[in-house]
Write a new protein. Structure first.
Length: 187
């Protein structure tokens, strides 16, 4: 078989084979879209925040790519609610027809931008809350006390029980007058 025929055959195999990498990114993008759909009106999330919440720890740049590739379907994914870590918009260079579109959409939802074009993330940033399962607490589990540490605490408590409190020592200590402190300084 000639080299030309071999290369044509291998090209056909590659073209007919499903592209697992593209399918993986589509799954990741769908995960990002589901997260973005949860953001309420008038609130925002950052690219990095979404990337940190993902199970596989993808980069904020991938989240940006997903927002750029939002499908125009019946879900109406609110891509404009995802902004950069400084609270600014990052779509000005991407949407050439209307560079301020993201800002206009956010302002229509009540998000306020300052003179630099940034919104206050302490006010508008949204974070999804994990709902607790039945019988489960949202607080992190307490670490059990170590035996040596608790013995030390008991010994410290026993020693401090006999000591007077700071309030008692203040009352008992003689007060210095200004004249006494000046005479000490002169010596």
């Amino acid at each position: 078989m000639s080299r030309k025929k071999e290369s044509q055959k291998s090209n056909r195999r590659v073209a007919n084979r499903p592209r697992p990498r593209a399918a993986k990114y589509e799954q990741v993008f769908e995960h990002i879209y589901r997260m973005v759909l949860k953001i309420p009106r008038g609130r925002v999330m950052t690219y990095g925040q979404i990337a940190r919440l993902m199970d596989d720890r993808y980069s904020p740049r991938l989240v940006g790519w997903a927002m750029h590739a939002v499908p125009q379907d019946e879900r109406h994914i609110p891509w404009h609610r995802v902004i950069n870590s400084q609270g600014g918009i990052s779509t000005g260079r991407i949407i050439i027809q209307e560079p301020q579109l993201q800002r206009y959409l956010l302002e229509a939802e009540g998000v306020v931008f300052d003179g630099r074009g940034h919104c206050d993330l302490s006010v508008y940033q949204w974070s999804p809350v994990k709902r607790k399962a039945k019988g489960e607490s949202l607080k992190p589990a307490r670490k059990p006390a170590r035996a040596a540490g608790s013995a030390k605490k008991i010994a410290t408590q026993a020693n401090t029980a006999n000591r007077p409190s700071t309030e008692q020592t203040r009352k008992a200590a003689p007060r210095r007058t200004k004249a006494a402190t000046k005479s000490k300084a002169n010596k």
